[in-house]
Write a protein that binds this ligand. Structure first.
Ligand code: NAD
Length: 280
């Protein structure tokens, strides 16, 4: 297993990975790289990392590098890493978007880059919210390409199993369609719902009366804006397709309500309810 691991982006996910890694792999040395000196300071104070770096150039003898910053930072980070890493170093990531990003990172870094996405998280950000049990019992999606080095893939897969995740493989483009629908769309809708309430507010401050439904539904709109800006832009096509279909569903609902089509409205709601209940 890896003796020295570098995490680029020591926030909520990078910090949670570090805590889980420390527990699972005894004696591992964890290096943290971040552009925010305060994040590094906190990570050192909380003993999440052993050493802190503000520059990638200073990394040496690292067996594994894990990218855990917002997805649109990965391109430049990969270019810098290419200058400092030797051929043996495996690079992986925790980014929420894969697709062409995986192929572009592979082009820069070579076949020892293995794309991945832990299906775990919350609306929280920052290293202070890190949790060592975040990945236990959760899915981890590996997104290899036909070029991915098999040994590197095996090692990354074994590592995530060791952290308690169920590892599953998926084509990078299929990944972006699936998570564009089940994760990126709901986040877009939650942000837009809050925006709608800002616009609906007249003389009364609507945010003073949050019902349980409103709180449940909009929890994820408290997520980090930079992280979500990057996800929406990087998975633009799938996100826009999903939003278009959602607008059609809303339009159907609008028509049923406006025209008072009672039976069809009941069926629409019933079908949605049944699908939701199957998730329990
Ligand atoms: P976060 O905001 O808590 O942490 C991101 C960290 O990256 C910050 O400390 C920031 O200073 C640092 N950073 C930004 N630009 C950098 C750069 N150029 N170089 C080095 N460090 C840089 O965000 P997070 O929730 O930990 O998300 C990190 C990654 O994990 C994202 O790619 C996101 O798509 C992915 N992800 C998040 C979740 C989630 O629920 N939060 C779930 C799955 C995957």
């Amino acid at each position: 297993m890896f003796k020295r691991v570098a995490i680029v982006g020591v926030g909520f996910m990078g910090g949670s990975f570090a805590l889980a890694l420390r527990e699972a792999v005894k004696g591992v040395e964890i290096l943290g790289v971040d552009i925010n000196p305060k994040a590094l300071e906190k990570a050192l104070d909380l003993k999440v990392i052993d050493r802190a770096y503000e520059r990638l150039d200073d990394l040496e003898n690292v067996g594994l590098v894990v990218l855990a910053s917002p997805v649109r930072t990965f391109y430049n980070i990969a270019k810098s890493l290419k200058q400092v890493l030797d051929d043996q170093t495996i690079v992986t990531d925790m980014g929420s978007v894969k697709g062409k990003l995986v192929y572009e990172l592979e082009n820069i870094l070579g076949k020892k880059f293995v794309g991945g996405h832990p299906i775990a998280g919350t609306e929280k950000s920052g290293v202070e919210n890190s949790r060592k049990d975040l990945f236990k019992g959760k899915r981890f999606i590996l997104t290899p390409t036909p070029n991915t080095d098999q040994e590197a893939k095996r090692k990354v897969s074994e590592l995530w199993s060791l952290l308690g995740s169920y590892v599953e493989e998926m084509d990078p483009y299929v990944h972006d369609y699936v998570f564009g629908c089940v994760s990126h769309l709901p986040h877009a809708v939650a942000f837009a719902l809050i925006d709608a309430l800002i616009n609906l507010k007249k003389d009364v401050d609507l945010f003073k009366y949050p019902g349980a439904g409103f709180r449940d539904f909009t929890r994820i709109a408290a997520s980090d804006p930079i992280m979500w800006r990057d996800i929406f832009l990087e998975n633009k096509e799938n996100v826009l397709t999903a939003i278009d279909v959602y607008i059609s569903s809303l339009q159907k609902l609008v028509d049923l309500i406006r025209e008072g089509r009672e039976e069809e409205l009941t069926s629409y709601l019933k079908e949605a309810r049944e699908h939701r209940l199957r998730l329990e």
